[in-house]
Design a protein around this ligand. Structure first.
Ligand code: NZQ
Ligand code: ZN
Length: 388
């Protein structure tokens, strides 16, 4: 049964190989001073940077640059950006990059005029925004997080060994998002497949929860089938527009709040993955792939009916003559084969985790209650050991 909910997604999306043509019109809606934020330089190599600077100049904007946003943006970098945005009293933030840059832009947007320590206020204390918010827009170059159409912002504090996400409200969502699949062709293979698994994980985190009959579950099965199909094509042929454009759109729908409406969700894989990330600074999608199967095999007995449904509806397991456990296990086996086939990391050891980190990673893992089994610390340790 669907619970009560409000649905509103204010992000205007421009999709396709001509999507960038809309940037100038969108920019005209905001003031003169634009904070242009981006990552470690991929946009300069691809020529996108020059294109954007030309559009900003044509639009008569004053550009303040904020480069160097690292994958898994840090709380120190957040302070740098917030200070710069405040000093220049910027009217708008344009984020060009992947989830890290867009998440970062959201964090800067709520922190520039915040008189508190933003890491403590938003990420440790999870408080709402009660100060001026600078509007943001984004041009997506890396597919996976869904940050282009949601309020999520994940920040890492290396000193405290914590990686925490805050889901901000609609007023922090990007005002517009430009999604051109061609811009994703240059993503290195490792990042690309990490992004594919991030998408899969977002869907599974929302799917493996609840026992009710829920329209979202049917939508998610469709998204998963399309993702599995297109990702198999894209790993062999990264410039296949059909596959890359489908994946880009699936990523957005996987985490633009729609499929979570009216249903319970889990997110424990992300909690464990983020704790692994806090200790290793590994690529987000790979932290999820490394811990997923030990986690799902652990909780399967508690959510057997859903794991059986997953096996049959997503992985086309033939249920005839098999027990529910056998069907469910075969589904996870096919998932494992797929994960190995596309080249995902299946062990946290490969990401730099060592035995002596396990206790700390377990302590840094937030325990949520929406899944089929609320984990205890010894269970988290066990899952981490299985992923070594
Ligand atoms: O920094 P540059 O030089 O641009 O290189 C980036 C970066 O090294 C490169 N890249 C991006 N687009 C490229 C490209 N290289 C060549 N060509 C292109 N077109 O890819 C690398 C990774 O980028 P990053 O933005 O870090 O990847 P992703 O999009 O996976 O974002 C990861 C961050 O998002 C958070 C993660 O925790 C992590 O911090 N998440 C955000 C969520 C949200 N907002 O809802 C949800 C997710 O679950 C996730 O937690
Ligand atoms: Zn994710």
């Amino acid at each position: 049964m669907l619970g009560n909910f409000t649905y509103c997604n204010p992000t205007k999306l421009y999709f396709g190989d001509k999507a960038l043509d809309n940037l100038k019109t969108e920019l005209a809606k905001y003031g003169k001073k634009v904070l242009l934020t981006y990552g470690g330089g991929s946009i300069k190599k691809t020529g996108l940077y020059d294109q954007i600077i030309a559009i900003l100049n044509e639009a008569g904007k004053e550009i303040i640059e904020l480069p160097g946003v690292m994958p898994n943006p840090t709380s120190d970098k957040l302070i740098e950006g917030a200070d710069l945005a405040r000093k220049h009293e910027v009217d708008f933030i344009l984020a060009v990059g992947g989830g890290s840059v867009i998440d970062y832009a959201k964090a800067v947007s709520v922190s520039a005029w915040c008189n508190d320590n933003p890491w403590e206020k938003y990420f440790l204390r999870m408080e709402d925004v009660d100060n001026k918010i600078i509007p943001i827009g984004c041009i997506l170059t890396m597919v996976g997080t869904g940050s282009e159409m949601n309020g999520g912002s994940v920040i890492t504090n290396h000193e405290q060994k914590l990686k925490i996400g805050h889901v901000f409200g609609e007023n922090v969502f990007p005002k517009f998002a430009i999604l051109n699949p061609v811009l994703t062709y240059t993503i290195p293979q490792y990042q690309m497949i990490a992004g594919f698994y991030d998408i899969m994980s977002h869907i599974l985190e929302q799917y493996f929860s609840g026992t009710d009959d829920n329209t979202s579950d049917y939508l998610m099965e469709g998204l998963l089938k399309s993702l599995i199909h297109s990702s198999r094509i894209a790993v062999k042929d990264p410039q296949n527009y059909e596959a890359r454009s489908n994946i880009m759109w699936i990523a957005t729908w996987a985490l633009n709040t729609l499929v979570a409406k009216g249903k319970s969700t889990d997110w424990e894989v992300h909690m464990i993955g983020q704790a692994v990330g806090a200790y290793t600074d590994a690529t987000h999608g790979m932290t999820l792939s490394a811990v997923s199967l030990p986690y799902y095999r652990h909780i399967m007995p508690y959510g057997l009916a859903k794991f059986k449904r997953y096996a049959v509806n997503v992985w086309d397991v033939n249920p005839d003559g098999k027990s529910d456990e056998q069907i469910a296990e075969e589904g996870l086996k096919r998932m494992e084969e797929y994960m190995r086939e596309i080249g995902l990391v299946m062990s946290i050891k490969e990401l730099g985790a060592t035995e002596d980190m396990i206790e700390g990673i377990a302590d840094a893992t937030f325990i949520l209650t929406g899944g089929y089994k609320t984990l205890s610390k010894p269970e988290i340790i066990d899952i981490l050991k299985q992923s070594m």
